[in-house]
Design a protein around this ligand. Structure first.
Ligand SMILES: [Zn+2]
Length: 118
């Protein structure tokens, strides 16, 4: 198994130096999906309980932006324009629309699992 930092560096070279993305997490996600060999399958996130829950939330898929229909990104501990920190947020990187929530990833999971069961 290759070191996670080594794999991140490769992802950075492939996807960030070429201008595909300027987000290292996104670069690593693309690298793991499209390029990485069996020895390079490092975790996308170093797991804290919150990040693990965040990943679980994203398994349900990303919501579409109300305005431009782009996929929204999930954030934890998001700060709004007034400087208030919210537990989570859905952010549209296309048009900049941001939806803040004081639900934790754990609470989102509860809601999403509930919705899934319908
Ligand atoms: Zn949007």
């Amino acid at each position: 198994m290759d070191d996670r930092d080594t794999v991140i560096e490769r992802a950075r070279i492939v996807y960030m130096d070429s201008g595909v993305t300027n987000n290292i997490t996104e670069a690593l996600r693309l690298y793991l999906r499209d390029v990485a060999g069996p020895d390079e399958q490092v975790p996308l996130f170093i797991s804290s309980p919150e990040q693990h829950q965040m990943r679980e939330v994203l398994k349900f898929g990303r919501p579409e932006c109300d305005f431009c229909k782009a996929e929204m990104f999930f954030r934890i501990c998001a700060v709004d324009q007034h400087g208030t920190t919210h537990a989570t947020a859905w952010v549209c990187k296309n048009c900049g629309y941001e939806f803040y929530s004081d639900m934790t990833p754990k609470q989102w999971l509860k809601v999403l699992r509930g919705a899934d069961r319908k």
